[in-house]
Design a protein around this ligand. Sequence first.
Ligand SMILES: Nc1nc2c(c(=O)[nH]1)N[C@H]1C(S)=C(S)[C@@H](COP(=O)(O)O)O[C@H]1N2
Ligand SMILES: [Mo]
Length: 534
Amino acid sequence: MRRLIRPALSGLLAAAGGIATAELVASPVRPESSPLVAIGGTVIDATPTPVKEYAVATFGTYDKPLLIGTILAVLALLAAAVGVLAVHHRAAALLAIGALGLVGAAAALTRPMARPIDALPALLAGAVSAGLLAWLAPKAATAPPPPSPVPGTGPATDGAPAGEPAAVPAAAAGDTSRDDRAAARTGRRAFLVAAGLVALGTALAGGLAAIIRRSGAQAADEARAAIALPAPADPGPPPEQTPGFYTPNQDFYRVDIALTVPRVDPRQWTLQITGMVDRPTELTFDDLLKQPLIERDITLNCVSNEVGGPYVGNARWLGVPLAPLLRAAGVQAGADQIVARGADGITIGTPVATVLDGRDAILALGMNGQALPPEHGFPVRMLTPGLYGYVGAAKWITSLELATFSSFDAYWVQRGWAATGPVKTASRIDRPKAFAQLAAGTVPVAGVAWAQHRGISAVEVQVDDAPWQQARLLPVPSTDTWVQWTWDWPAATAGSHTLRVRAVDGTGALQTEQRADPFPNGASGWQSVLVTVA
Ligand SMILES: Nc1nc2c(c(=O)[nH]1)N[C@H]1C(S)=C(S)[C@@H](COP(=O)(O)O)O[C@H]1N2
Ligand SMILES: [Mo]
């Protein structure tokens, strides 16, 4: 086992050196061409939807560091194995490492927005790793340990692979043993020096890559900080004052396929409006700032949200109405789908009819008084009140292509999710928390309910099997936001109680009791929480 340490380490170091080189080359120009990012993206795209669902539900926003960590762990195991392979089969080991580089290159080349040059970092990683391994492997090959001077206790020869020299007969030990030990020491020193050099080089390259990457992000962040959002031509109503109505940007849920948050420089950004339009259009960020902007409170939620789950938030958005832009481009007859593309490579398909039906579908530039945060789609994202995010809220948007639903399936639709995703009526209990221990007396029960663009007309609460009670609804600016509700529970009887909530939407339809999982078109069912009154 101990004999494998140096070969395994040389495999690891060779791979680390190659990966660091790739990061260094990728960082300044095309961060997305990093083999790690490309392989991660490929894994995300290939992951079966239920697993992806599980990852989002279980690890939330941490699912990405976890994925990168897993990929690194797998690579480390492979690299160590290749290092061991190099002891007896050097050529095969070098080929294996080269093949890993090819896998990375293939991943980079098949990313949605790939360019041929994106293969370069991975190919370089393969070549550098192979070179490093060729250099380290001979130094890692351990000289056989000096034979034991006592007969019978020397290394067993039984298990030795064919072709390996059997242990030197003990009688011939003496001087040879001392020479061997000296040679082993020199060999170890040579290996340690070489390994140290590779480790140092790797750390330098990796550190430099990190610095370059951060300064690239900084440039986009500085451009973001320098943006002075114009006043809206059509301001929103006075902001609601109740705590919790607006979700602060840093608390707003985040769901996307982007392994690293795209840092888009608004000065280089353009939006293409293409496809089935009479006048293909290209707009710059400044063009958008010059449009009459509207300010609206809109609640956004994710189709992956479970009943009672956290993937819903409400913000005050500033944006350009989308319908006039589309009309100016001249939407052709038959075009029923807007395919939005994001800088992370996603496609999101939104019904043309929904965007043109008079609702406040916007290209959002501002969120709660700031330019969009990078995580939420800076510089520009789409928002379509009443639709789940996966069909109406493309972030880091780069183009809008007018198409048909029959000719193109967007990213999530290819993975089995419904092609159109109107939000389902939902309600949530935020207070008291599940399993809370409460004192008898008046217990404030409170939460939110949403059915964007239909609105909420009533929320009802039930304790155990008692009759449903009407909750009080707090005022809202439009049907496009969630509604905060409260109800005072006269909690008199000690023991366990179940609180249940349901809502009625603006059309008078009662929220369905029918339980459904998020896949394929959103969860449904009434939420209940169990609490104890002392
Ligand atoms: N570019 C891009 N836009 C995207 C996604 C994505 O993966 N990439 N995810 C969508 C989904 S599933 C949701 S629910 C919302 C989430 O927006 P948020 O992260 O700002 O809350 O963004 C949508 N827009
Ligand atoms: Mo979503």
